[in-house]
Design a protein around this ligand. Structure first.
Ligand SMILES: Nc1ncnc2c1ncn2[C@@H]1O[C@H](COP(=O)(O)OP(=O)(O)OP(=O)(O)O)[C@@H](O)[C@H]1O
Ligand SMILES: [Mg+2]
Length: 386
């Protein structure tokens, strides 16, 4: 099953274009499910009809569902959070604590478990996800790393500790201070869920992100960062959707300066994103309802099947250069990224601005020193010694 994630800055048209894309894909004969993983659901607003946690049919071959953040999970997670806060209070690795405790990223990640359900049903060829604005989406990608560090370093220790201390704690009437087996079971389940979701997100053969932008400087700048971060985490971005372009007839007179600005931004967009770019005009009114959305889809994709995988390169690649090994990561062009690279045993630590990533190195690279790290044409190149 093909998975398309729509993300971008707040209000740029993610929900609108997720639905438009779904309608276009259905026209090509695909069975499509649209999910919104954003807690602030708005599929219903864009469709002008109610949508709930149960899939509803919105048009031939298209179902939509707003994934409910399950109350049940909410409760067990707050339990987990409480313990984590205690547990991590004295730990030095503050980044880990901080990331584990940031709720929005996790919420989004868990909503994405619904993608597995869509797949398991066997009833769909394409799953389109209307994601939360970029901030949450990126936090969500960092989450599995943080969780893994926690699992590796603390989890078994804590569990064993709790088991050993429980009889004593019981005698002292202080048992409630120790996390029970239920906590550990909940945590392990969470870890498994997160891993499964991550596997889907990182599967470059079927999953890709679509970045929705408006032709405005601030939006384009943020989207460049998103592109870099997505690549850094191994998610393929295979298209940029430019929404709300002033139509020719509207870009005259009073709006001619705006039209000129937009042309400059469009150029910047073309230089920044090495992927296919699609355009949708600013409509005279909000495109609400299936008919208006289908029309917008037509402007965007014409006869093309939007569910095609539109690029074939992976964002993170390993290749040989003579006797050296070269690790390449697409960060996109047009932006000055500050990049720090450090090898720590079996991991490569990379920092691009405020995003940090630990990439597990293949065994063949373990212990090899980095000879050179540089940014060329939007690609971060890390050269390892032979
Ligand atoms: N091409 C367009 N022409 C006119 N109006 C549009 C267009 N695209 C989207 N809109 C309108 O802009 C508003 C925001 O769109 P939408 O809800 O799809 O954005 P979003 O990125 O999902 O927002 P959020 O970040 O809040 O989830 C909506 O009212 C929508 O109808
Ligand atoms: Mg939305």
């Amino acid at each position: 099953m093909r998975v398309l994630l729509h993300t971008g800055k707040g209000g740029v048209g993610k929900t609108t274009l997720s639905l438009a894309t779904a309608l276009a894909a259905a026209r090509h004969g695909h069975r499509v499910c649209v999910l919104s993983s954003d807690a602030a659901h708005s599929l219903a607003d864009a469709l002008g009809r109610p949508v709930g946690n149960r899939p509803v049919s919105i048009s031939d071959g298209v179902m939509a569902r707003e994934v409910g953040v399950l109350e049940e999970l909410d409760r067990s997670w707050s339990e987990i959070q409480r313990w984590l806060r205690e547990l991590l209070r004295d730990e030095t690795d503050e980044v880990v604590a901080e990331e584990l405790l940031v709720f929005p990223g996790l919420e989004e990640l868990l909503a994405l478990r619904a993608v597995r359900e869509v797949e398991a049903s066997g009833e769909f060829d394409v799953c389109i996800v209307d994601c939360a604005p970029t901030g949450s989406t990126l936090r969500m990608l960092r989450f599995p790393d943080a969780l893994r560090i926690f699992m590796d370093h603390f989890f078994d220790l804590e569990r064993r500790g709790a088991r050993l201390l429980r009889p004593l704690a019981r005698r002292m009437g202080a048992e409630r201070l120790l996390p029970g087996e239920g906590f550990f079971a909940a945590f392990e389940q969470l870890y498994r869920d997160v891993e499964e979701v991550q596997q889907i997100l990182l599967d470059g053969d079927r999953t890709s992100a679509r970045l929705v932008v408006n032709p405005a400087r601030v939006v384009v700048d943020e989207t460049r960062r998103s592109f870099a971060y997505l690549s850094l985490y191994g998610v393929v971005t295979d298209a940029v959707l430019v929404n709300r372009l002033l139509p020719d007839e509207a870009g005259k007179g009073y709006f001619s300066r705006w039209a000129q600005h937009e042309r400059q931004e469009l150029e910047a967009i073309e230089q920044s994103f090495p992927v296919p770019i699609f355009h949708a005009p600013l409509r005279a009114r909000e495109p609400i309802g299936v008919a208006a959305l289908a029309e917008l889809a037509n402007d965007l994709f014409g006869q093309r099947d939007p569910s095609d995988m539109l690029v074939r390169t992976r964002p993170i690649r390993l290749r040989k250069r003579g006797r050296h090994t070269l690790l390449e990561i697409d960060l996109g062009g047009g932006a000055e990224h500050e990049v720090d690279v450090l090898v720590a045993g079996v991991e490569l630590h990379i920092r691009v601005r405020d995003a940090r990533r630990r990439i597990a190195l293949p065994a063949s690279l373990e212990g090899r020193a980095v000879e050179e790290a540089s940014l060329r044409g939007g690609v971060l190149e890390v050269l390892f010694e032979p």
